[in-house]
Design a protein around this ligand. Structure first.
Ligand code: HEM
Length: 347
């Protein structure tokens, strides 16, 4: 059995972690766009819809996986929101990071956050890139400040000159100063799948499974997407939402959900989500099947309801029981950031 520190991923809030988290909250609040009187999400504001699904936990002979939601075979009803990472009027022809956020229903047990107003739910938040672009909160905060400044300048209708200056600043920043931050961020946000249902998704950051074991999550469409399905992109500004709607019209969509188990605490660090655990030898075990229900012939009113649900729903990686605690500095920051921006959205 792998030897881990007693309090895995619960490094004391050292140095200026608390201060950085409050900076990150401020810049995320600054990024929120006001549309039709309401505030949109700071990240992933452009939803493609929130769909009904079944998350079926499979039988496994891996005893080390049998904790929490994976304790025994069974089926949870679920809601799944697909999203684009960038701004709400995003052109889908452009590369972006894409989200798959899963809310399981009927999961009892005390959760690590309160005040969600939800009973018996469990959230799993995934992105279509295997790694996160930053593992150091200080660096992440610098990047976050810059994107908040640019978003706020755009929103406040700053003139063309200002927009050009911002673009120029971004380029200079990238080339000369912080290539180390911006290059991976731009790579992460340059995914071009042909549909949200044909992309692969990862948690990027690790989670506890049980008492002393770190895992990451992976959701892969079944059948597996080809390389061109992952890279060809779409040809219209709303193409991702359209392809999702048309695929679900006549058939369910299936994803295979796996956990990737840490087996080397040095090569697969908990604190640094920029490291690819697959390349570093972590083993992956299928543990669930996700079946997103077909839509059939929907009226426009029914489609609007799916979009309204996508706006209203909220996710937090900490909306889980202690057996699934989020690990590492990026996850520690997300707990408060998601809670604070949700308060603003709900106000
Ligand atoms: C410190 C790092 C991070 C910060 C500050 C941050 C911040 C945020 C915020 C403010 C939201 C909007 C929440 C809401 O309004 O309900 C959000 C949503 C989201 N984040 Fe993060 N995030 C971080 C890291 C990550 C990571 C590592 C992932 C990888 C899976 C991720 C994936 C997502 C996704 C998919 C959504 C959309 C969820 C939905 O559909 O509602 N984020 N993030």
């Amino acid at each position: 059995m792998l030897k881990q520190a007693a309090h895995l991923g619960e490094a004391p809030v050292g140095g200026n972690e608390e201060e950085l988290i409050s900076d990150i909250i401020k810049s995320n609040e600054m990024m929120m766009e006001r549309v039709d009187g309401g505030l949109k999400r700071a990240q992933h504001p452009k939803g493609h819809g929130c769909f009904e699904a079944i998350f079926e936990v499979l039988e496994t002979d891996q005893e080390n996986l049998k904790f929490g939601i994976f304790d025994k075979p069974g089926a949870y009803p679920a809601l799944i929101r697909f999203s684009n990472g960038a701004k709400s009027d995003d052109d889908h022809k452009d590369g972006d990071a894409h989200g798959m956020a899963i809310k399981l229903l009927g999961v009892s047990g005390e959760k690590l956050i309160s005040g969600t107003g939800e009973v018996d739910t469990h959230d799993i938040v995934l992105l279509d890139n295997e790694t996160f672009f930053e593992g150091d909160l200080e660096q992440f905060s610098i990047f976050n400040d810059l994107t908040a400044e640019i978003a706020s300048a755009r929103r406040n209708g700053e003139d063309r000159l200002q927009a050009v200056l911002n673009g120029l600043w971004l380029k200079v920043f990238r080339k000369l100063f912080r290539k180390d931050i911006l290059t991976p961020a731009l790579e992460t946000s340059n995914q071009q799948p042909v549909s949200p249902l044909r992309a692969k998704y990862w948690s990027t950051t690790p989670y506890l499974l049980g008492d002393n074991q770190a895992v990451k999550y992976v959701a892969i469409p079944d059948p597996e997407p080809t390389v061109s399905e992952l890279t060809d992109g779409v040809s219209s500004p709303d193409g991702l939402t359209e392809s999702l709607r048309s695929s679900l019209k006549d058939s369910d969509a299936i994803f295979s959900f796996s956990v990737q188990v840490q087996n080397d605490i040095v090569k697969q660090p908990v604190e640094d989500p920029t490291i690819n655990w697959s390349d570093a030898g972590a083993k992956t075990y299928p543990i669930a099947k996700i079946r997103i229900s077909m839509l059939g012939d929907l009226s426009e009113a029914e489609w609007a309801e799916i979009q309204a649900r996508s706006e209203a729903i909220s996710f937090n990686p900490w909306n889980v029981t202690a057996h699934h605690r989020p690990l590492g500095t990026i996850n520690r920051a997300r707990k408060l950031v998601y809670q604070e921006v949700l308060k603003l959205r709900r106000r």
